[in-house]
Design a protein around this ligand. Sequence first.
Ligand code: RM4
Ligand code: MN
Length: 388
Amino acid sequence: MRDLSAAKAALTRQQIELPSWAFGNSGTRFKVFGQPGIPRTPQEKAEDAAQVHRYTGVAPRMAVHIPWDKVEDYAALAAHADGLGIEIGTVNANVFQDDDYRLGSVCNPDPRVRKKAVAHLLECVDVMDATGSRDLKLWFADGTNYPGQDDIRDRQDRLAEALAQVYARLGPDQRMLLEYKLFEPSFYTTDVPDWGTSLLHCQALGPKAEVVVDTGHHAPGTNIEFIVAMLLRAGRLGGFDFNSRFYADDDLMVGAADPFQLFRIMHEVIRADALKPEAGIAFMLDQCHNIEPKIPAQIRSVMNVQEATAKALLIDAEALAAAQQAGDVLGANAVLMDAYNTDVRPLLAEVRDQAGLDPDPVAAYARSGYGDKIVAGRVGGTPASWGS
Ligand code: RM4
Ligand code: MN
């Protein structure tokens, strides 16, 4: 028997973290389309993020990206967020947008550049101290474009050395999350291209280093839920950067391209009892809304994660285990598909209603007038944009 009240309780406690950069303008290398009402400051990004939390009730944190979200006083930014009912979450480092990083950051052959990159990463830990953030998320654009360009093994040694310096600086409750990505911007080698490379570095560093799975960072056809199962089994899954993709790192709304994959991923999370916040998995969005309005897109993304989670929670675990034990191939598959094919929207509406929220967050936000208010109010200044 599927336990509906347990599913509801789990959905109420679920937490999804929002990326500050999703609220700024973004685009491709061809064009960034500006939208009206875009935040000009990290404080205004937090105000937008707080709207998403207000209507979904499950998005109490906004990740920041440094230096995009550079402020004089990070404690004041955290206090501002607190006043809005949210917290500053993961601190994302940025060692990919400076001319010095043409040949890489922490893997660069030039020790001066490596030192500069490490100094930035350490600065990000200072930010975490000020904001009370738990996680430092590291993604490196490092790699090479041509065979022979640099020594693959030396670059790994440089990476390990830099990571060790940053790891040593972490406080007892702080973690380092190492994100991998198959390719781009490097096209021949990438220094952290896959979960194996990330895991090896994390294992060498210690228990506070964990792997981040960005769902857009794999080759087409990769079985991501298998990776998730392996990392959970090893106790090294630090979190997700959720988004969806049709081709490469498209950064589209999670659950838009492949809701079934998202369901399968959430099934592995639930199978490992890792949905609850105390399990320490950071469920983050990492998306760019290039052509759609930002705040409703974030609300929709949160709802997509909730729907996949709800379906995974509805899997009849006992029936599934029984079918698996009996070697009932079709029966086991049917148990999974029954859950996937359930319309969970009424269940989620009920969960929201019980939490005192509007059952339809998208409509509630649209009715609130906030969208018009920011369009009218945010005049002048420089709208936040990917890369600035
Ligand atoms: C990278 C990676 C990082 C994100 C940047 C903006 O591809 O996914 O997580 O911080 O993009
Ligand atoms: Mn990412």
